[in-house]
Design a protein around this ligand. Sequence first.
Ligand SMILES: Cc1ncc(COP(=O)(O)O)c(C=O)c1O
Length: 401
Amino acid sequence: MKKAATKRQPAKQFVSDKVGFFTESVIREMTRQAMLYNAVNLAQGFPDFPAPAEIKQAAQQAVAADVNQYAITWGAKSLRNAIARQMSVWQGIQVEPEKEITVCCGSTEAMISTLLAVCNAGDEVVIFEPFYENYGPDSVLSGARPKFVKLRPPKTDDGEWTFDEKELRRAFSRNTKAIIVNTPNNPTGKVFTRAELELIRDLCAEFNVLAITDEIYEHILYDGTKHISMVSLDGMRDRTVTINGMSKTYSVTGWRVGWAVAPEKITNAIRKVHDFLTVGAPAPLQEAGAAALSLPPEYYAKLAAGYRNRRDHLIPSLIEAGFKCFRPRGAYYVMTDISAFKHADDVSFAKFLVKEIGVAVVPGSSFYRNPRDGAKQVRFAFCKKPETLDAAAARLRKLRR
Ligand SMILES: Cc1ncc(COP(=O)(O)O)c(C=O)c1O
């Protein structure tokens, strides 16, 4: 019997166009490379030392007490209350836990839920670059177009990363929906000053733009710098989404608990997106989060001092090995200039470091829209034990030869 002729269907792509606009995370790829080559991993920003005992205990107790089913979609009440309390203590901001907080699976989910909740196709989102690599794909996935504004490296050893006021103004237009501000900043370690934030605030007011701030390093500060939350500035209460999480402050990056604090109307939109993306963050870890956010102020002072010691431990060995270091004022990364090594670019240098020297770093280009802008930079993470930093320093000494 003859086979019935099948009707020809037009060729169909099973992968969406938008996925073609970004690559997999280079940071996470470098961790896989570190494992492959048995290298010291100074690439991805996760601590290799234990999380605080009292927080782990709180998590164990929550599991034992059978807090093992879905939490309320927008977050356990105990955690939302603790977040509101913290915002009042640290920034003097009163927020309504029932109406203005959404707990998500990490600040990563809080950021993309926010962008999906506020952006329409064609909206523009202003992003400072170098930027934390998620912001580019997050904008694309939410249909928005990223507009980048340069942060320029310090000219002197002790200088700060700065931006040009005119360039920032040019990035704003009637299509601008939001600006993402990450302070303390990954990868540069910049802590935005009050004057800089006020400038951004004024542009947000003039162009009717929302500020989405990623403040997950708020407690990791050096050299007397102060963290200022955008939402605490006059006029910003109704146009700011503040994103934060447990990962960095409590050294629990694997727990996946973060949150977005926003005015009620925006929170309702974020909660809808969050519900259909993930339903909720891990229930027992949210209870442990409430315990974590109740730690005394000394905890935060110790956290910052520990990271300052690590920074001051790593930087001299990087300088000795030939890197030019941009001294961070906050967060736990050092951006470096690799011009002295005469490699073709950051990617070939990072490959050489992980394979031949045994240290994994993140190539600078992964923090820029145009890879050329980061071709002479690599980033080191120093959220590691002193012995890990020593092992990296010993291997990097080989570069001197
Ligand atoms: C600036 C910034 N935002 C967000 C994240 C991810 O945070 P979370 O673990 O809360 O998703 C990171 C992690 O390195 C980061 O550096």
